[in-house]
Write a protein that binds this ligand. Structure first.
Ligand code: 5GP
Length: 215
């Protein structure tokens, strides 16, 4: 056996943060930079925002449809966030991992905990923090102009940020997003290093045996 027979198990890369900390920008950059990375498109019962595309940003569905997918065991995890339901469709994730792809998830701490219970070894979790409360509010307000969010929705997100942030210590890595380019580079370094973990290499012991036999 030579090293070309070594395969790598796909990993599940979870990014969580309060809204407005830069998670979406980082996710998009990683997807662009990594051919082997696919995104898990979540299902949600929340209203579609201006500019969001069905099947691309989310699978938008009503509550009965969402409940049906849960009853059919078609969700890897699901949770209620900001009064709406969100969940990760199981099929595309399992398919991607089976084909040796890595999958990136933009999900909250509740979903992260559920994934950790079922696949801790394949999971890499990253939490993004804003540099300050003021900066988070600025970013939310700037964004709200393009997504037509109301003041009440923004205030709601600010108070939820508090709740979400109290879970930072459950994550493998924490990055403070002061500078978006730097944070993207750091997230890429984490991904690169995690891909090299010994336990992700399938066939390693056969490979080592082959090398040793030739000595
Ligand atoms: P938004 O409505 O702003 O797109 O997302 C709100 C929150 O829901 C974000 O914190 C996001 O990470 C989380 N979220 C999105 N999709 C999922 C999902 O499939 N599962 C869980 N648990 N959370 C999700």
């Amino acid at each position: 056996m030579d090293s070309s027979n070594l395969k790598r198990r796909g990993l599940m890369f979870v990014l969580s943060s309060p809204s407005g900390a830069g998670k979406t920008t980082i996710t998009r950059a990683l997807l662009k930079q990594n051919e082997n990375l696919t995104i898990s498109v979540s299902a949600t019962t929340r209203q579609r925002r201006a500019g969001e595309v069905q099947g691309q940003d989310y699978h938008f569905m009503d509550i009965p449809e969402f409940n049906k997918t849960i009853d059919n065991d078609d969700m890897l995890e699901h949770a209620k966030v900001f009064g709406n339901y969100y969940g990760t469709p199981r099929g595309p994730v399992e398919e991607a991992l089976k084909n040796g792809h890595d999958v990136i998830f933009d999900i909250d701490w509740q979903g992260t905990q559920q994934l950790a219970e079922m696949a801790r070894d394949d999971l890499v979790t990253l939490f993004i923090l804003p540099p300050s409360a003021r900066e988070l509010e600025n970013r939310l307000r700037t964004r709200s102009q393009s997504t037509l969010e109301t003041d009440t929705q923004i205030r709601d997100r600010m108070s939820k940020a508090n709740d979400e942030m109290s879970h930072y210590s459950e994550y493998d890595y924490v990055l403070i997003n002061e500078n978006i380019e730097k944070t993207i580079d750091q997230a890429q370094m984490i991904l690169d290093a995690e891909r090299l973990k010994r336990r992700r290499l399938v066939g390693l012991s056969d490979f080592v045996r082959g090398v040793k036999d030739g000595l």
